[in-house]
Design a protein around this ligand. Structure first.
Ligand code: AMP
Ligand code: MG
Length: 298
């Protein structure tokens, strides 16, 4: 999935092969870049239903539940728009120029979770419009971190799991510093305590972006407008025990903005810290400690 991972742990066993095997099986199942993955099979298929394994069904159920709960701020079927914007290799095709309005409109018309119906009972997913495509990239690293946490927690007395920016703590608490979303002298903007068993995920407009004619275009898209989110959130950190949920929520909060984002975190029982473009930190139960003094608690 084009991401780095590492796990540091204390154990008498060497867990590296098991962790690598687990992560490659998740990639094989859910990456848009693996042809045989369920996501690629759904994307290549026309209108109709596809049967799901137990794991595929469970992951899609959780993704579609959050799509509903966030009213599409997290949209697991946003791939046509992602491709048009070209932020994700190997799709990069626009150079550093935004796509045309026509191209955005065409992609927007086929980018929506509402074009799919997930059925738990039948363990199927049904596509209702040709061209609609899934992308679980905003949630799957959190899922992977959660699975690695569950694998190592019985075998290691303590561990820190890092999968593409999503972090899980096992066996003890860790202090986590969050990357300053804008240029900074400090190595982190603020820190908080990640408790044992918890996972944190951070999304922001600084991770993949370009500036064109003075406007920042970044990789977190608002399916309602077809454009990168402009809700005034530059970084969102979400913490809880459900890794997939935290990762997907971090993306959703960037789309929703601070106020609606904080309300969604509360509804989902997650903690977080939301950084706004005026450099205020909305602390949603994380008790953050600010390091970069250009940021302040809202
Ligand atoms: P993350 O880094 O977890 O915030 O995920 C961002 C990635 O998810 C992007 O690179 C896209 O592939 C995809 N994505 C962009 N916008 C959304 C969205 N609103 N909902 C779901 N996935 C998205
Ligand atoms: Mg995410």
């Amino acid at each position: 999935m084009g991401s780095e991972y590492y796990v540091t742990y204390t154990s008498s066993e060497d867990l590296s092969a098991e962790v690598a095997e687990l992560l490659s099986s998740i990639e094989e199942s859910f990456s848009t870049k693996v042809e045989s993955s369920v996501v690629s099979r759904i994307n290549a298929a026309g209108v109709g239903s596809i049967s799901l394994t137990e794991e595929e069904s469970a992951v899609l159920e959780r993704c579609f539940a959050l799509a509903e709960a966030s009213e599409g701020a997290f949209d697991p079927a946003i791939l046509p728009l992602v491709k048009v914007w070209g932020f994700d290799p190997p799709y990069l095709m626009n150079g550093e120029v935004p796509p045309t309005q026509e191209a955005i409109n065409a992609a927007k018309a086929i980018s929506s979770y509402t074009l799919f119906t997930y059925s738990r009972q039948n363990a199927t997913i049904t596509k209702s419009l040709a061209g609609a495509e899934l992308d679980l990239g905003a949630a799957i690293k959190g899922y992977a971190a959660e699975r690695v946490r569950d694998l190592v927690k019985d075998k290691a007395s303590e561990a820190l799991v890092y999968v593409g920016g999503t972090i899980a703590a096992v066996g003890k608490n860790y202090e986590i510093g969050v990357t300053p979303p804008r240029d900074s002298e400090e190595s982190f903007a603020f820190r908080f305590t990640l408790k044992t068993g918890e996972i944190c995920a951070t999304s922001g407009d600084y991770e993949r972006f370009y500036t064109y004619e003075g406007v920042r275009y970044h990789h977190i898209l608002d399916g309602k407008t077809g454009y990168p989110a402009t809700a005034g959130v530059i970084s969102a950190t979400v913490v809880g025990e459900d890794g997939l949920l935290c990762d997907a929520l971090a993306t959703a909060v960037v789309v929703l903005g601070a106020e609606k984002g904080a309300a969604l975190l509360e509804k989902c029982g997650a903690k977080g810290a939301i950084v706004t473009s005026d450099k205020k930190i909305v602390d949603c139960g994380l008790s953050v400690i600010v390091k970069d003094k250009s940021y302040e608690i809202a």
